[in-house]
Design a binder for this molecule. Structure first.
Ligand SMILES: NC(=O)c1ccc[n+]([C@@H]2O[C@H](COP(=O)([O-])OP(=O)(O)OC[C@H]3O[C@@H](n4cnc5c(N)ncnc54)[C@H](OP(=O)(O)O)[C@@H]3O)[C@@H](O)[C@H]2O)c1
Length: 311
């Protein structure tokens, strides 16, 4: 099988397309043939070594990739061979060094949700990590219907899922859109769309629509401490990256998130994508051979949607 391995920490040049033996069947696991996966910001950080302190036992070479959109190869109690599935693949936590930038992976069946026939592989791959992060973040924030929720990075994958889910939960969503993306973010069903600004001006803009401050903030853009000024005293603040969560002030509860596989949540999220209740965006679809190019494009910034890698 083909795989893309990280041979050392560094620039996208450390990525190597290699041929490896196909994984053999393994008790308790199901093999999945990957058709599409995503290049996420975390892949770039792991490749560079930014998270090396959290993964001291990661063996070189290792394989990146958190998203599964593929076909089951083995019959199990939960799945039959040939069935289409999606899943969040927690390879970094598992410490195996084997992510989804490989043609075949071993997965725990509890990580997988059935993928309806109507969803293409590329679209499906954009859903697991990003929508589960959004869902689990909103649950951690504990928003009640009618509350005001600020979502930064609403042009991005996690932020746009969060904005849509929060609106569907009954929150009044104040979403921050990247330049030129206001129409897309407005169509997510949010109440107010603010343009990306420096943090001080952004807080002023939030206070114009929510004079006492928002009840909760989900910081998918990692603005951090300066954004606390947009939150009311005693409110809630969640950073999409725990290490970027600021110190609490004025009784605001501050937390981070670590997205986990959850088949029931993922089944519901993909159902909502099929029903047209959730929108997801693709910037481009590239063959796995072009992973290094995908990493460079991600790091250059300004993408609208996800970069999909296909086998
Ligand atoms: N903890 C977890 O389990 C978990 C899981 C998944 C993702 N994450 C994290 O969640 C974050 C978002 O991920 P993603 O996949 O949604 O990334 P993404 O698609 O690149 O979206 C990030 C968005 O934030 C915007 N942005 C960046 N800096 C900003 C600023 N200062 N003000 C306003 N907007 C800003 C970007 O706009 P431009 O493109 O215009 O710069 C982009 O639209 C990442 O940090 C990622 O690592 C965490």
């Amino acid at each position: 099988m083909r795989a893309v391995e990280v041979t050392a920490f560094g620039t996208p040049d450390v990525l190597r397309l290699v041929d490896r033996p196909d994984p053999e069947p393994r008790p308790g696991a199901v093999r999945v043939r990957i058709h599409a996966t995503i290049v996420n910001p975390v892949d770039s950080w792991v490749r560079r070594g930014t998270m090396a302190h959290r993964t001291p036992h990661l063996p070189f070479p290792f394989t990146l990739g958190f998203d599964i959109a593929g076909t089951v190869l083995d019959d199990t109690d939960a799945f039959t061979a040939g069935q289409r599935v999606i899943g969040l693949y927690p390879w970094l936590v598992e410490g195996t060094g084997k992510g989804t930038n490989a043609e075949i992976v071993h997965a725990d069946p509890r990580w997988l949700a059935p993928l309806p026939q109507s969803v293409d592989w590329a679209t499906a791959a954009t859903v697991p990590l990003n929508s589960l992060t959004a869902r689990q973040s909103l649950d951690l924030l504990g928003c009640a219907p009618g509350e005001t929720v600020l979502v930064t990075g609403a042009s991005g994958a996690v932020g746009s899922f969060a904005a849509q889910l929060a609106a569907a939960d009954g929150a009044k969503v104040v979403a921050v859109a990247s330049a030129g993306d206001e129409a897309y973010v407005t169509a997510l069903g949010v109440q107010y769309v603010l343009s990306r600004e420096d943090p001080h001006r952004l807080v002023e803009a939030v206070r114009k629509v929510a004079p006492n401050g928002v009840d909760r903030a989900f910081d998918a853009a990692l603005i951090g401490a300066p954004l606390l000024g947009a939150v009311r005293a005693g409110g809630g603040f969640l950073s999409a990256v725990e290490a970027a969560a600021p110190a609490p002030e004025r009784g605001i509860t501050v937390t981070g998130v670590h997205a986990k596989p959850d088949a029931a949540q993922l089944t519901d999220l993909i159902r909502r994508v099929v029903a047209g209740e959730l929108t997801t965006r693709i910037a481009d679809v590239l063959p796995i051979e072009h992973s290094a190019q995908a990493h460079r494009r991600l790091e250059a910034g300004g993408l609208r949607g996800k970069l999909v890698l296909t086998f």
